[in-house]
Design a protein around this ligand. Structure first.
Ligand SMILES: Cc1ncc(COP(=O)(O)O)c(C=O)c1O
Length: 356
């Protein structure tokens, strides 16, 4: 006997990367920032008056949204605060995709998307990336054939690290009649000479929604805070109809605001991650890995000929180093490795050298 809806009974659920306890583990499997949150976050936590928790929090996180509006030069009405970027994804599907309708993304892509599609009871379609992980030439044509309500593009892409151009995104947004959700979870790590902002595209188009998160760039994966940016016609139905009444709590709002206001600190961590990304890329190649160029805080590395990605993953795990191995078409011969601190990366590289 089950009371689950048939689609829920059938589905598997999202499998998060392992979160092992233990002080000595080098955790390079879930793309967390290797540096701690800004000192202002600690101060904000220490300043919290627990008596204030008696009351409900500001329902739309108004102070946080104003801080984000100041940062990006947009209006708070163009912003929704969410409990992690994942909540924005769920809200977007609930609000803009009817059960039975279709959502489209690339293959490969973020492994939460098919799970959310199952929950919503909508169809999930994938359009395969080229072998070098670039977009297929006729992506828009293939997208049109699906008659999808929503297209989700991770940019820069997970799990491959590729960055799409601003022009390309604009072309897709103009040619696609549904909602284009651009998942910018990793945007903070893009090299400065390649960086551009899709914010104007989002606020001036009626069908572009951007996802941002504090989990990666602001070292706050444990806090669960993200936000969406878009035209008011996309933000308002989520803000005033489908969002949980108090979807972000008071403590999280205060800490997230302190983090967003600590731009100089955050930028230093992004710079360190980029430097280490470059070193890790070069040294993994020296070990025989084939490494996709990455604009994120992780690298997708194909195991050297004669070795096996799954065994390398297991061997690293025995040495208390976690990386991600996906049992998925096109990824099973690869490891996805988050960029750690210089010391963590050096330990990973020595362990891999030993295993190989
Ligand atoms: C591509 C992508 N989008 C969104 C998220 C959501 O992150 P969070 O819910 O921690 O903000 C993640 C997290 O790993 C991600 O990889």
């Amino acid at each position: 006997m089950t009371f689950e809806r048939p689609n829920i009974a059938r589905m598997q659920g999202y499998k998060p990367g392992e979160q092992l306890d233990g002080g000595n583990i080098i955790k390079l499997n879930t793309n967390e920032n290797p540096y701690p949150p800004a000192p202002a976050v600690t101060e904000a936590l220490q300043d919290i008056d627990t008596a204030a928790l008696r009351r409900y929090p500001p329902p739309t996180a108004s102070t946080f949204r104003q801080a984000v509006a100041n940062l990006h030069g947009i209006q708070p009405e163009n912003i929704i605060a969410t409990n992690g970027g994942d909540e924005l994804l769920r809200l977007a599907l609930t609000t803009f995709v009817s059960p039975g309708a279709c959502i489209v993304t690339t293959q490969p892509s973020y492994s939460l998307y098919p799970v959310l599609a199952e929950i919503q009871g909508c169809e999930y379609r994938e359009i395969a990336l080229n072998d070098d992980w670039s977009m297929p030439q006729d992506f828009l044509g293939q997208l049109e054939q699906t008659a999808a309500s929503m297209c989700l593009l991770v940019n820069p892409h997970a799990p491959t690290g590729q960055l799409l151009s601003a022009d390309y995104l604009e072309t897709i947004s103009k040619g696609f009649p549904g909602v284009l959700l651009i998942d910018e979870a990793y945007v903070d790590f893009v090299d400065e000479d390649q960086a551009y902002s899709a914010i104007e595209l989002a606020t001036t188009s009626d069908n572009v929604l951007l996802l941002r998160t504090l989990s990666k760039g602001y070292s706050l994966a444990g806090l669960r805070f993200g936000y969406g940016i878009g035209n008011r016609s996309l933000i308002e139905p989520m803000q005033f109809k489908t969002r949980d009444s108090y979807n972000t709590d008071l403590i999280a709002q205060k800490l997230a605001t302190a983090a967003i206001q600590s731009q100089d600190y955050a930028r230093e961590t992004w710079k360190s991650v980029r430097q280490e990304r470059k070193r890790l890329h070069t040294e993994l190649e020296a070990l025989g890995f084939m490494v996709a160029p990455s604009q994120t805080n992780f690298l997708l590395a194909t195991a050297p000929a004669g070795s096996d990605a799954e065994s390398l993953y297991q061997g690293l795990k025995q040495r208390q180093i976690l990386v991600r191995h996906f049992q998925q078409p096109r990824l099973e011969d690869k490891l996805r490795i988050s960029v750690g601190t210089p010391d963590e990366n050096s330990k990973l590289l020595s362990a891999l050298a030993e295993l190989l």
